[in-house]
Design a protein around this ligand. Structure first.
Ligand code: PMP
Length: 355
């Protein structure tokens, strides 16, 4: 560690993303990417992009992209904020809506592990609520914490459990005096988005991404939908770091993608149907599988440890994600792949379990 590091950089614990190995070709089911390619319209926008225009900075207001998102989400462009992946938007949400050394942010013990990293980085106290025994979230208990606001991933990661909108709505309304951040990265696979609530709930930020449902993880684009005043808060934050977090190519490709609802409806239905098949097949092989509303399943084997399953699959060319942390040590998170990829996973498992 360099002596030139600031105290902040020397003391933080950065987030560790899932591995992207190059040593051999794996069946890659470890980072919840979409197994299908993006829409042909997105591909056409990429090929048709005018390279000469790259000499200019990207459209500052991202008008075209924000209008396309607004149309798809049924909101006004003023209520849309775009960023370099939803990770960047979440990174802005913490300093935008939580005070350094203030009342803090409340979230679950088993959820997206970037939230505690952001808290740590920005000096925001974290109130951590243990999930119930069955990994569901007690929204009443979360509300009872004396925090400045709450962050909820819905569906949750890495559990995959979704909270119905009928439970989210009263939760957001009861907390009208506090900020609620809903991370809907996996919402396309659940279909109960809280975006319509942003029209009447001035305390709600819904964060979404092009990475999962739109199969554009490599583009790095996410967006938030909220009341105009909250969006302006995110803009203040962004404009204190980088005026152009979303490049011109990305703006064009994502705008084209989100306009192709028919294509994505079909792909999403395929992922969901494979998710159900995978769940059933894992259960047949002795796995306990949490009910998933996402594009991955979280599963624990009755007799084999989580690390053993992860390592055994890795040795057989299949990558899944294992978190060596309390409560979920015996689980593996498995991204739903194509039918062929899921079959490869299942035969690797058969081989592993037969030994
Ligand atoms: N939220 C959750 C719950 C996630 O799992 C991820 C993906 N790691 C993200 C947000 C960030 O996705 P991206 O930055 O690609 O939009």
């Amino acid at each position: 560690m360099s002596a030139f590091y600031s105290k902040r950089i020397a003391s933080i614990l950065p987030y560790v993303a899932g591995e992207q190995p190059k040593d051999r070709k794996y069946v890659k089911l470890n980072t919840n990417e979409n197994p299908y390619p993006p829409s042909p319209k997105a591909e056409a926008a990429l090929h048709g992009f005018d390279a000469a225009s790259l000499k200019l900075y990207p459209p500052l207001e991202m008008r075209g992209l924000r209008e396309a998102i607004a149309r798809a989400e049924g909101v006004a462009p003023e209520n849309v904020f775009c960023g370099n992946g939803s990770d960047e938007i979440l990174a802005f949400c913490f300093p935008a809506f939580f005070d350094e050394g203030g009342a803090g942010a409340a979230f679950a013990d088993v959820t997206y592990s970037f939230y505690p990293v952001f808290c740590n980085f920005f000096g925001i106290p974290a109130h951590i609520l243990p999930l119930n025994e069955d990994f569901t979230l007690d929204l009443g208990a979360l509300s009872a914490l004396p925090a400045q606001g709450m962050v909820v991933a819905n569906p949750n990661a890495p559990t995959g459990i979704g909270i119905p909108l009928s439970a989210i709505e009263p939760f957001v309304r009861e907390n009208a005096g506090r900020i609620v951040i809903l991370d809907e990265a996996y919402m396309p696979f659940f279909g109960q988005s809280a975006v319509p609530l942003t029209k009447t709930c001035k305390n709600l930020v819904v964060v979404k991404t092009f990475s999962k449902g739109y199969a554009l993880a490599g583009m790095r684009c996410g967006y938030a939908i909220a009341d105009r005043e909250l969006i302006a808060g995110l803009e203040r934050c962004r404009d204190s770091f980088n005026s152009y977090p979303v490049d011109s190519v990305c703006q064009a490709v994502c705008a084209a993608a989100i306009g192709d609802a028919d294509y994505y409806r079909e792909r999403t239905a395929q992922v969901i149907s494979e998710r159900e098949r995978l769940t059933e097949q894992l259960q047949k092989r002795g796995f306990f599988v949490l009910p998933s509303a996402a594009n991955f399943v979280f599963a624990r084997h009755a007799a084999r440890g989580g690390r053993e399953v992860y390592e055994g699959l890795r040795a057989r060319g299949v990558l899944v994600r294992h978190f060596g942390v309390e409560r979920i040590r015996e689980f593996c998170r498995i991204t739903v792949g194509t039918a062929a990829e899921n079959d490869a996973l299942l035969s690797a498992l058969d081989d592993l379990l037969s030994r």
